[in-house]
Every structure is written in C-alpha cells, then in structure tokens.
Design a protein around this ligand. Structure first.
Ligand code: GLU
Length: 540
C-alpha cells in the first residue's frame, strides 16, 4: 500500500510535516511540568480539585510549571459555561496556574477544540507511516462484533481478526471516500496482548501491564480527535513531564504508553491518583458528586468554610504525615511541606467531613479577629445582605465580638465557618436580640438583676467581677460555690451558676454563650442595662 497516497486521500489539505509543531513548541527549561486537563462537563468537585491540587503542589515543590488544558473534544459531553465554571472554581481556590486559556502561554492554545489542525497533522503523519488507517464500520456493525465477542467469551475491541478495515485495499478505501462513507481513523496497534511490559507508577509502584492490541480510534468521524490521541499529542508538545490524573485512567495506560512509543516520543512519568472515598455504614465507596453534598464545592461556599481549610484538609488526605507537620508549623504555607508520591494512599484516602470541620475550627482559632471580619464581610455580602449591612455598620463592635476568648493562649474554638458567626453571635446586635419563649426564672431574679446592674462597672477585672457576683449570691442566699451547694442543697435557693445563667439569659436570651464576663465587656454597660431592664419588664 502506498501510505503517502492514502494519507493524501484522507486528509488532502493537512500537512503531515509535524516538525513544524516540534519546532513551534520547544523544550522547556524546567524539570517538572504537570497539568490539569478537565473536560468542561460541569463544576469542579472535590475529586477533581484534589487531583488538580496535587498536580499544582508537586509543580511548586519542584519549581516547575503547572498548566490548565481544557479537553473538550467530546462535543456530546460539553455543557454551557463549562470552561468558565472550571476556571472560576480554580480561581476561587487560588491554585497557582502558570498557563491556561485565560493566562495564555507559549504552548497554547490550551483548549483542545482549538488545536484541531495539530491533531490532524499528527494523524496524517501516522497514516503516511503505515501506523493508522481509515475504518468505515458503522456503529451497528461494531455493536454486532461486540455482541459476538461477548457470546464467544472473547476480549472485546477492534482487535485481531475483528479489525476488518485493517486489511482494506487502497481501491476499496478510495471507493468509500468517493461515496462519502463516514469513517474514523484508527491506530494500527502494534502490541501483543499476551506480552506484558513493566511500568512504574509513582503512586501505585511497579505494574506489569499487557501490551495494547486494540486499534483504538484516533480521529472521530466529526474530524475531532479522541481523548486518547489528543492528550498524547498535547502532553508531548506541551512537554508534560508528569501526568497526574485519576486512576480510572490506569486501564487505558497501555494504549497511551503505546501511542507515545509509536511516535517515538519520550513517555512522561505517571502518578495515578486513587479516588477520595467515604465510609458509608460498613462499606467504603467513592465520594460521589451525586449522593454526597460534601463532594460539591458549592457546599463549602454556602456554609462559608474558607478555601484555605479545604486546601489544608486535602493536604492531610494527600500525605497523612502532613497533619503532624501542620500542627507544628501552623503559620507556614502548605506548599512548604515536602509532599511525596510514595506516601500517597494506593487505594484512596477517606473523606471525613467532621474532621474537616474540626480542622476548620482550629484554623479559625489561629486567625486574627480583623482577618475573620474581612471574611465575614465577603461571605455575608453574598449570602445575607441584611447581616452584611449590620456588621459593616458596627465594625469595631464586631471585631470585639470576634475577640471574645480569642486573645489568649488557647483561643475558643467555636467558629467552623462564616455562617456560624451569625448563628452564634447574632444576639450581640440589638437588631437581632430576639427573645426566647420560655425561660426559667430563679427566685428573686429581678432583685438579683437590679443589684447586678447597680454594682456592675465595665472596668472591673474578672476577679473583682466574680467577687461582686458572689456578694449578690450571699445576699439572696445562693451558694457561691458548687461544693457548698452540693453539701447542703436544701439550705440554698440555688447556686452561683444559676445566677450567672440568669445574667446570661437576660442579656443574650440564650442558655449558652462564651464567657459571660467577656460578653458583658464587649456589650458595654449601657447596652447591658437596657437589656436587663427590658428583660425584667418582659418577665413580669
Ligand atoms: N480529560 C480527562 C478527564 O476528564 C483528563 C485525564 C488526564 O488527566 O489525562 O478526566
């Protein structure tokens, strides 16, 4: 067969001179190049974010390049705004990207549908060298073949004797082309399935995989390449050194490996990342964007869990020794940790939302009130305009609230997300100081509250404040410590905690709050007096 003639027949207006592209995209002078190559099929979810983050962290660690390539050659899977959604989500996570469809770069275009010419050129090159051929089989014929293979319990695929278009003559092909019969271009797979090759994955370790003998499709009938073909050409031309991707692609590796070899390209290193799992009763399954709300990034944005926390949590999933490092290096950047492929789980880490939330509490406890305040503004501006207006109006007061039990060695760990703030502290604002229906009033509650406000001074330190409360306890026959009370409960009307709860109720209308002394201080005497007066009136 005259392959040159065949190539010209199939792709008359395409150049098979791939050296043009080889020159256009020269070697990079870095030793680590990784990429995130999503299909624009929707929003980013925890699984894809995890893989993208791993890629970016390793690129950073190795002073390399991390780029974004959009793999949109499957027109059926395309969704509206798919590309924008992915780029926006990555931006929100502040993942360092060196090249992308937005940023640009010397190795673009970074959207596969804009690289059609390149793929056709490489496909023509293969046809011209007798390594690819046209296939005119219809979908129905291929379905038939598959059914027959299944009934004979044979391997499925365009293999061995089933690959009938492999043997078409030039004349047969020409006749089909003249009759405009639709066709695809297939690889003439040179592998032998019975032979195995050794392959070392950076995460999975040494693997023995069968050679590929399936004549996979390179160019579809719409003239666009398949994922298999396009990414080989791109990873080669963009000089990817490390392909870090989900391990669902491991089964296609023999095909990809073979494609690199067929062209004589250097095969990049691979790291196949196991999926994030979840414990579901007694089973462990893949975290699912369909069934697990926590798999969707929007879940965290709506709650107001900072992206830094998600990144921290993902880091603990990437390498389990990260957590210990972070505890001792709380103010260092995540990327300073020495991430290692061989410390990654081969079967996948388990996602535990409770752990993420507890990490978030620790994270918030390390922040300065001013920084949290900025985050609150950003969050409520989107999710609650009314509350946003309020905290904007009372900036200093809000910062003081955030400082309650914060400026000490072991700060209070109550906030796990921005939405918690309103749930936990809205009562601090008069606009949200709402009454609860039923409160338990202790004996002499009005006298106690009046005495309290008469003696309260915003300047007292905590010790003096406590001693004044104790005096009130004494006056109204409440035990001033629990031991005294427990020894002889019948002697008292109650104890000091009852008195403090009364004060707490009067000013917050809640049974629980952080340290009441600090709350009073932040509220200031005037607000406290007003609330106590109104509480007594309500209660009567
Ligand atoms: N476009 C493929 C995907 O959607 C990329 C796989 C790879 O990274 O090679 O998962």
């Amino acid at each position: 067969m005259d392959y040159k003639k065949l190539a010209d027949l199939l792709l008359p207006n395409v150049s098979s001179d791939i050296s043009i592209y080889e020159k256009k995209y020269p070697e990079r002078n870095v030793s680590f190049v990784s990429r995130f190559a999503p299909s624009p099929t929707g929003f980013i979810h925890m699984g894809s974010l995890y893989t993208a983050y791993i890629s970016s962290l390793f690129a950073k660690k190795n002073n390399g390049v991390f780029y974004l390539r959009i793999e949109d050659t499957d027109q059926k899977r395309k969704v509206e705004n798919g590309i924008e959604n992915i780029i926006n989500d990555l931006e929100k996570f502040n993942i360092n990207i060196d090249e992308s469809p937005i940023i640009g770069g010397l190795y673009g275009p970074y959207i596969q549908s804009e690289r059609k010419e390149i793929y056709l050129s490489y496909a023509k090159y293969l046809v011209e060298n007798g390594m690819a051929y046209p296939c005119f089989c219809t979908k129905e014929e291929l379905d038939e073949v598959r059914k027959e293979q299944e009934s004979l319990k044979e391997r499925t695929g365009y293999i061995c004797k089933w690959a009938k278009c492999r043997n078409l003559t030039f004349e047969e092909i020409k006749k089909n082309i003249d009759n405009e019969v639709s066709y695809v271009i297939r690889l003439k797979a040179p592998g032998n399935f019975d032979k195995k090759f050794e392959f070392k994955d950076l995460i999975k370790g040494k693997l023995m995989l069968p050679e590929n003998d399936n004549d996979i499709v390179l160019i579809k009938s719409d003239g666009l390449p398949t994922y298999h073909f396009a990414h080989i050409v791109d990873d080669h031309l963009m000089h990817t050194t490390h392909i870090i991707r989900g391990d669902e692609w491991l089964s296609s590796l023999p095909v990809h490996y073979q494609l690199f070899r067929v062209f004589g390209f250097k095969v990049p290193k691979y790291a196949h990342v196991a999926p994030i799992n979840k414990k579901d009763n007694n089973t462990i399954r893949k975290l699912s964007k369909r069934y697990d709300p926590e798999c969707n990034i929007a879940y965290y944005f709506e709650k107001g869990i900072p992206v830094e926390v998600i990144k921290l949590y993902l880091a603990t999933l990437i390498n389990s020794n990260f957590e210990n490092w972070y505890t001792n290096n709380i103010d260092k950047d995540i990327s300073e940790f020495n991430f290692e492929f061989n410390k990654m789980s081969v079967s996948g880490p388990i996602f535990d939302l409770e752990k993420l939330i507890s990490l978030s509490k620790t994270y918030f406890s390390t922040l300065k009130a001013e920084k949290i305040y900025d985050g609150l503004l950003e969050y409520y501006k989107i999710y609650n305009k009314e509350f946003y207006d309020l905290i904007s109006k009372y900036k200093e007061y809000t910062i003081n609230i955030l400082n309650i039990e914060r400026l000490k060695k072991r700060p209070r760990k109550d906030l796990s997300c921005y939405s918690d703030f309103m749930n936990l502290f809205s009562y601090m604002y008069d606009e949200y100081y709402d009454k609860i229906e039923k409160v338990n009033l202790i004996k002499d509650y009005d006298k106690i509250l009046n005495d309290f406000i008469d003696t309260y001074s915003g300047d007292d330190d905590e010790e003096l404040w406590t001693s004044k409360i104790k005096e009130i306890c004494f006056k109204y026959n409440y035990a001033s410590n629990m031991k005294e009370y427990n020894d002889n409960p019948a002697l008292y009307n109650g104890h000091i905690t009852d008195v403090c709860t009364l004060i707490r109720l009067a000013i917050t209308y809640r049974y629980e709050s952080p340290n009441i002394y600090e709350i009073l201080k932040v509220m200031g005497k005037e607000r406290v007096s007003k609330r106590i007066d109104s509480f007594i009136k309500e209660a009567q």
